[in-house]
Write a protein that binds this ligand. Structure first.
Ligand SMILES: Cc1ncc(COP(=O)(O)O)c(C=O)c1O
Length: 387
C-alpha cells in the first residue's frame, strides 16, 4: 500500500464503469479534418471551432505581428504590470460588440464565471441557475456566500416563486443561452420579463452562441433582439472565436468592482497579449463575415434533419450542438471508438458531465464541413449503430 492507493482504487472504479477519461492528441491545425498523433486523418466532429477560425491565416498573421511587437508573456497580473495594449483594445471592442458600457478580459471563461459569481452575489442574496448550466457556473455559485437554487426551464412559475421571496437583498438569474451539452436554448424573453418584474440581475453565458447567432455575431441575445436588456454577458473566447479566455461585459461599475474585488482577476497572470491580439482579429472577422454563420447554421439544420430521419434521439437541439443520446456509457464509448476507426472523431460524453443514463455523442458542426462529410458521418453512424 502506498500513499496513492486510494487514487488508484478510484481510477479503477472509473474504468470499471466506463467513466475513465483520457486525452487524444491531434498533431495538426484544427479544421474540418485533423491529423492525429498516430498519423491517421479524421473528420472532426467534436470541436468548438464552429466558424473555422482556429487556423485562419489573418488571425495567425495578427498573432505573429503581436509577438513581434509585444513579445509573448504578460509577466504579471493585470493590476501589477500585466495590462498591455492588446488587452485594452480587446476589452473596448467587446464592450461595443456586446452593447455594454465595459468589458473585462479573463484567462478563461471558467475563471470569468468564478470571478463574477463569487464576487457579485453576496451573503443575503439569491442566485437562480438553470439545472443544466455549465460546471463553471455550478462550482462558482457553490463557492459564493449567496444562497442558490436550481430551476428547470419548463417551470417558469418556480423561478417566479423564488424571485418573489422577499427575504433576499439582490436576486440573480444565471443561464447559458445555448446549452453546451444539449444544444437547446434558454427562454431568454421569459427570463427578461421575470427579471424586469422582480428587479433581478440577469447574467447570460453566451459561450456557444457568440459568433454563431445574431446579425453581427454577438449571440442569441442579439438574434432575439434583447441584447440591450441583458444586464451581464459572459462570452467565451475559446469556442467560435478560436482563441482562449473569457469576457464579462456589463456596466462600468461592474468592471471596476470586479477589478478591485474578484480574486480570479486579481491573483492571476494576465493572458498573453498575443492571444488578445489574435482574439481581436477573430472578432473583426466574425462581424465582417456573416456568411460563416449562415454556412454553420445551414450545416447544422441539414445534419439535424438527417439524424431525425435516421430515427436518432437528438433531444431538443436547435443549434450546431447536436447530441445523439445513447444512454449507457459503455455503449457510447464503444460507438465513439468504432466511429474513430472509421475516420470520425467525436468523443463520448458521460456522467458527471451529463446526467446518469444520458451518455451521448456530442456532435458539433463547423461552417466548413462539406455536405459530403455530413453524409459520410450519417452513413458511418448507420453502419456502427446496426452492427
Ligand atoms: C457554457 C460554458 N461556460 C463556460 C465555459 C468555460 O470556458 P473556458 O473553456 O474558456 O474556460 C464553457 C466551456 O467549456 C462553457 O461551455
Amino acid at each position: 500500500m502506498d500513499k496513492f492507493t486510494y487514487l488508484h482504487n478510484e481510477l479503477h472504479s472509473l474504468k470499471r464503469n466506463n467513466l475513465f477519461r483520457r486525452c487524444v492528441c491531434i498533431d495538426s491545425p484544427q479544421g474540418p479534418t485533423v491529423h492525429m498523433a498516430d498519423g491517421s486523418e479524421k473528420v472532426l466532429f467534436c470541436s468548438n471551432n464552429y466558424l473555422n477560425l482556429a487556423n485562419d491565416s489573418r488571425i495567425r498573421q495578427s498573432a505573429i505581428e503581436a509577438i513581434d511587437q509585444y513579445g509573448f508573456g504578460a509577466t504579471a497580473s493585470r493590476l501589477i504590470c500585466g495590462t498591455m495594449t492588446p488587452h485594452e483594445e480587446l476589452e473596448t471592442a467587446f464592450a461595443k460588440f456586446l452593447q455594454k458600457d465595459a468589458a473585462l478580459y479573463f484567462p478563461s471563461s471558467w475563471s470569468a464565471n468564478q470571478a463574477l459569481l463569487t464576487t457579485l452575489p453576496q451573503k443575503g442574496d439569491l442566485v437562480l441557475i438553470d439545472r443544466y448550466d455549465h460546471a463553471s457556473i455550478i462550482d462558482a455559485v457553490k463557492a459564493s456566500e449567496a444562497d442558490f437554487r436550481t430551476y428547470r426551464r419548463t417551470q417558469p412559475d418556480r423561478i417566479e416563486k423564488y424571485l418573489a421571496d422577499g427575504k433576499y437583498n439582490n436576486r440573480f438569474i444565471v443561464t447559458e443561452s445555448v446549452f453546451s451539452m444539449d444544444g437547446d436554448t434558454a427562454n431568454l424573453t421569459e427570463l427578461v420579463k421575470l427579471k424586469n418584474k422582480y428587479d433581478a440581475i440577469l447574467i447570460v453565458d453566451e459561450a456557444h452562441s457568440v459568433g454563431c447567432f445574431g446579425q453581427t455575431g454577438a449571440g442569441l441575445c442579439e438574434q432575439e433582439g434583447i441584447l440591450d436588456q441583458i444586464d451581464i454577458i459572459v462570452a467565451a473566447l475559446g469556442k467560435a472565436i478560436a482563441a482562449t479566455g473569457g469576457i464579462i461585459a456589463g456596466p462600468k461599475t461592474l468592471k471596476d468592482y470586479l477589478m478591485n474585488k474578484a480574486r480570479p482577476f486579481i491573483y492571476t497572470t494576465a493572458p498573453s497579449p498575443v492571444i488578445a491580439a489574435a482574439a481581436l482579429k477573430s472578432l473583426e472577422i466574425i462581424q465582417a463575415e456573416p456568411d460563416r454563420r449562415k454556412r454553420l447554421n445551414d450545416n447544422a439544420a441539414s445534419l439535424r434533419k438527417q439524424f431525425t430521419e435516421m430515427g436518432l434521439s437528438i433531444g431538443n437541439t436547435t443549434t450546431q450542438i447536436i447530441p445523439i443520446i445513447i444512454g449507457d456509457s459503455a455503449k457510447a464509448v464503444d460507438i465513439s471508438k468504432k466511429l474513430f476507426e472509421a475516420g470520425f472523431f467525436l468523443s463520448a460524453i458521460r456522467p458527471p458531465t451529463v446526467p446518469p443514463g444520458t451518455a451521448r455523442l456530442r456532435v458539433s458542426v463547423q461552417a466548413d464541413h462539406t455536405q459530403e462529410q455530413l453524409e459520410e458521418l450519417c452513413d458511418a453512424l448507420e453502419k456502427v449503430l446496426s452492427s
